[in-house]
Design a protein around this ligand. Structure first.
Ligand SMILES: Nc1ncnc2c1ncn2[C@@H]1O[C@H](COP(=O)(O)OP(=O)(O)O)[C@@H](O)[C@H]1O
Ligand code: SF4
Ligand SMILES: [Mg+2]
Length: 541
């Protein structure tokens, strides 16, 4: 049980009493007003700290915001303001230790993702030395991690700044995207494999039509004919496979192409063992789905349910049996061949969807063989497998050059229009925000200082920090304006300034700014700001 203590400082004294929940389970009973169906994600008063040997880093300190269905919310702020920690807190991927969400609420699809947080750890302050001790309860943390795995699987996708870090270097791209696809669409994929018709009537003429389209070099016709074959066989992956066989068969004789397609179709005939194996995989996936639904129900009801335990036990029993049966060396690769092949061609179709020009090579390749832009596209394809209702993109284009940047942003915009996904776009680049966001949250030193519609923020920024950020970018409408930079830098979050955290850098700082944290006030429709210069009504949520 690690107890990370910090040196006694006066900052410490401040950091603790407001932070840890007063009693275990206190959070579970927190009343809440969040029940608006149009809201995909609601954060309320979130606090995430890192307990380091130098002291407690108050990375997120009272962050609240909402994302509505189909909306793009831009989160901006300088480096070190806590944008990534916010994203990782939502998905509960904060490295623990040293990090820990201390308190707050995260509502997603009617479930409080932080339900039970108060029971996961306790905090003690030594009254003499002011040292904090944190005691983690690992069994509870494990349970919470299991619950979060269910949530992540059910509709929150995430793309990172460095896609290569998010991928495993020893598995091929196809295997990794396939894994994600299987996780989200496994049951449907197996069902479609079990109902294919490799002996259906009309296959031969369909293949002849493909060969003719290929010989005539008409790509549009080739697409149409391969799709028709897919419909006859009852397998969309055969359509993709036939299309790429034809594309790869340049120079070969037409007879070869027909034979190759026939061979692929023959492979769809499953042996008894293969069917048995698929039925097993399907059962495991159905049990997974049941378990995830149970977890979500627990989080909605904010109560432990006996049925979750039963679902987990059922899953364990089935797993043990499947492991014994299919774990025999070499057996699994033989019985799983049909599924692997199906996954590969489905992944190729997915990669096509994110405008990758040579999806077969990319799927066969390994992460290190791809460029940053290509990898970012693969990450997007992976995040899209679950058709998420929320996509969190943490600086998705920062590591890319400008032309690729535009393509990735276009892809995200298309996704929003097509699937209705809500996007939380994190960036320090205001130009990107202006281009794609509907609403903006400006973040400074672990707090949200201003929120509003993108037009309002750009035409009428209120908070001196937001004004400073905007003054530091070139504008086409004011070509003669000199660019200004904000003096100073983001404070050390172990000892953040008292009162308004921006006061050491603020040109308008007043005496009160050094003493009290400014309340968040409403200054227009959907426009709120936390600064003593404004005196609108205090925001209620
Ligand atoms: N693992 C960690 N240990 C200690 N402090 C951390 C850790 N991760 C992030 N922080 C701190 O949290 C603050 C916010 O970081 P981050 O969210 O990464 O900023 P950004 O806005 O650039 O994404 C920084 O002060 C950083 O030092
Ligand atoms: S509260 Fe005071 S210090 Fe903070 S931004 Fe407003 S004027 Fe500046
Ligand atoms: Mg970051």
């Amino acid at each position: 049980m690690p107890a990370i203590s910090s040196p006694p400082t006066s900052a410490m004294e401040r950091s603790v009493p407001s932070a840890p929940p007063a009693s275990p389970g206190a959070l579970a009973s927190t009343p809440t007003s969040i029940r608006d169906a149009s809201e995909v994600l609601v954060l309320k008063d979130l606090r995430t700290f890192f307990f380091t040997y130098d002291g407690v880093v108050r990375a997120i300190d009272g962050v609240s915001f909402k994302i509505r269905r189909g909306e793009t919310l831009g989160l901006v702020g300088e480096t070190g303001c806590g944008k990534s920690v916010t994203a990782f807190s939502i998905t509960r991927l904060i490295p623990d230790p040293p990090g820990r969400i201390i308190e707050g609420e995260i509502w997603y699809r009617g479930a409080n993702l932080l339900w039970g947080l108060g029971r996961e750890a306790s905090y003690r302050v030594n009254p003499r030395t002011q040292q904090i001790k944190i005691r983690r309860r690992f069994r509870r943390i494990r349970e919470a991690n299991d619950r979060m795995a269910a949530v992540r699987g059910s509709g929150i996708g995430m793309i990172f700044q460095e896609p290569s870090q998010a991928m495993n270097p020893i598995f091929s791209v196809g295997d990794q995207v396939g894994e994600s696809l299987l996780l989200h669409r496994g049951v449907e994929i197996i069902d479609s494999l079990l109902t294919t018709k490799p002996d259906a009537e009309g296959i031969r003429p369909a293949i002849d039509a493909i060969v003719a389209a290929h010989a005539a070099k008409t790509p549009g016709e080739l697409r149409a004919t391969t799709r028709r074959l897919g419909e006859i066989v009852g397998s969309p992956s055969i359509a993709t496979q036939a299309y790429y066989l034809a594309r790869g068969a340049e120079g070969g004789s037409a007879g070869d192409l027909a034979t190759d397609i026939e061979r692929s179709i023959r492979r769809l005939k499953l042996s008894g063992l293969e069917r048995n194996y698929l039925a097993h995989r399907r059962r495991l996936m159905v049990l997974d789905r049941q378990r995830n639904q149970e977890y979500m129900a627990e989080m909605r009801a904010q109560a432990t349910r006996g049925s979750t335990r039963a679902a987990i036990q059922r899953r364990r029993r089935t797993e043990r049996y499947a492991h014994f049966y299919y774990g025999l060396w070499g057996f699994r690769s033989r019985v799983g061949r049909a599924l692997k092949n199906e996954m590969f061609w489905r992944v190729v179709a997915h990669l096509e969807g994110v405008t990758i020009a040579n999806p077969v090579q990319v799927a066969r390749g390994y992460p290190h063989e791809l460029s940053g832009g290509m990898l970012q596209r693969v990450m997007i394809a992976m995040a899209l497998c679950s058709e998420p209702d929320l996509l969190i993109a943490d600086e998705p284009t920062t590591a890319l050059d400008v032309t690729i940047q535009a393509q990735i942003l276009e892809l995200m915009r298309d996704l929003k229009d097509r699937v209705g996904t809500a996007i939380m776009l994190i960036t320090h680049d205001l130009a990107i925000i202006a281009e794609v966001a509907d609403r903006v949250c400006v973040m400074y030193a672990g707090q949200i200082v201003e929120t509003g519609p993108v037009r309002d923020i750009f035409s009428r920024p209120l908070h001196p920090y937001a004004q400073g950020l905007l003054a530091s970018i070139p504008r086409l409408d004011q070509p003669d304006k000199e660019l200004a930079s904000i003096p100073g830098s983001v404070p050390n979050l172990i000892h953040p300034p008292d009162g308004c955290r921006f006061h050491p850098r603020c040109p308008y700082a007043m005496p009160i700014c050094k003493e009290k944290r400014p309340p968040t006030t409403v200054e227009g429709p959907g426009h709120t700001v936390a600064c003593f210069l404004y005196e609108g009504p205090v925001a209620t949520d």
